[in-house]
Design a binder for this molecule. Structure first.
Ligand code: SF4
Ligand code: SF4
Length: 361
């Protein structure tokens, strides 16, 4: 007797337990190490003693695999073309999304500024620099060379960058989509009505002023950093999107494991799902994999002094391709391709899963 998992079913082996993930039906089952070892033998097309017939037949009935009399070949469902992966010349790296911190100036002094785990904006003490249009032009040419189609501009308060409107127009002239991050307390010019706006709300008492300033804007995402409960969001204009965000380190709990579809599975298995194809550039030209990295690591390059080939190589090798299989604790966890753990998160402190015991706390 032989048994093979279906093409869309993957076995993810952990230190203590394992996970079977069906990427088409988007379901999973948590299994013990004995069953996991048995499935590993099956996947190697080893003949299986009849004493295991009942459990394997049950897996077949539940849509995980197939019992057969002879060994069969299974071509696993995957997103990548394996021939492409084996090519001598790899595809060129691309940037999909760039965050540009236009200025360090801000009209606010939020308590947690500089201490947000995943910031949308921040200001460094003692610095007052901003991008100028000329400095930005060269950056946009380079971003375009790497295929960038989406830019998020932020600050400080992005609108306080003295060249803001010229920069905005230049980005659009280059056929790049733009989203503006703001704290919402400065009224924007009418010319920006159609532009997507992301408003970071750090203090509930600012909400009325923000609504007054942006009520007519077409696309607004209100990102509430630990300050609005779901019920209260009803006060915001109906066309706005409401999202909650956290100021501190996020916690990883079984309730926030993610959808097990094929895209999210391979986004975590093959690359770093959060950082892949992304870049963040500060107003002094320093480059990071994301805004949240600036307090945790040294800049990986500077757009005014370093060669872009080196910057992209650093991003690619240290961050884009650095998937969760390289992270201590997580690399032994069967939930690693269903988890939003960030590369900068201390999973020893912030995760409620005990990999050694195989139990959620
Ligand atoms: S709006 Fe952003 S940059 Fe300004 S003080 Fe608050 S957190 Fe800092
Ligand atoms: S943070 Fe790491 S150990 Fe915790 S559930 Fe996610 S992958 Fe597993």
């Amino acid at each position: 007797m032989f048994f093979r998992l279906l093409p869309e079913v993957y076995l993810v082996v952990g230190k203590n337990k394992s996970l079977l993930q069906n990427l088409v039906l988007k379901k999973c089952v948590w299994i013990n190490s004995r069953l996991s070892d048995l499935i590993k033998k099956c996947e190697n097309n080893r003949p299986i003693p009849w004493e295991h017939f009942n459990i394997l037949k049950q897996l077949e009935t539940e849509g995980w695999g197939k019992v057969t009399d002879t060994p069969i070949f299974i071509d696993k469902l995957r997103l990548n073309n394996v021939f492409n992966e084996k090519k001598f010349h790899k595809d060129s790296p691309m940037i999909n999304f760039a965050t540009i911190k236009l200025t360090n100036n801000c009209n606010l002094s939020c308590d947690k500024c500089n201490h947000l785990f995943c910031p949308t904006c921040f200001k460094k003490s003692g610095e007052n620099s901003s991008f100028t249009l000329n400095k930005l032009k060269q950056l946009i040419y380079n971003l375009k060379f790497y295929g960038c189609k989406n830019i998020n501009v932020t600050g400080g308060e992005a609108y306080l960058c003295s060249d803001f409107l010229n920069i905005y127009e230049f980005i659009l002239e280059n056929e790049i989509n733009i989203i503006i991050n703001t704290n919402g307390l400065i009224k924007f010019k009418n010319v920006l009505f159609e532009t997507p706006i992301c408003i970071s709300l750090f203090d509930k008492s600012n909400l009325n002023k923000i609504i007054e300033n942006f009520k007519d804007f077409k696309t607004v995402i209100l990102l509430a950093f630990d300050v609005l409960k779901t019920k209260e969001k009803l006060k915001i204009p109906t066309q706005w999107t409401f999202r909650q965000a956290t100021q501190g380190e996020p916690y990883i709990h079984k309730n926030n494991l993610v959808n097990m579809d094929i895209n999210s599975f391979f986004a975590r298995k093959d690359k770093n799902y959060c950082l892949n194809n992304k870049i963040a550039i500060l107003e002094n030209g320093d480059v990071y994999p994301c805004l949240g990295a600036w307090k945790r690591i040294c800049a990986i390059g500077n757009i005014f002094y370093d060669d872009w080939n080196i910057i992209i190589k650093n991003l690619l090798q240290k961050y884009w391709l650095n998937n969760i299989d390289n992270k201590t604790k997580c690399k032994h966890c069967e939930f690693r391709y269903a988890c939003n753990s960030c590369v900068f998160l201390d999973s020893e402190k912030s995760c409620f899963y005990d990999v050694e015991v195989g139990q959620w706390k």
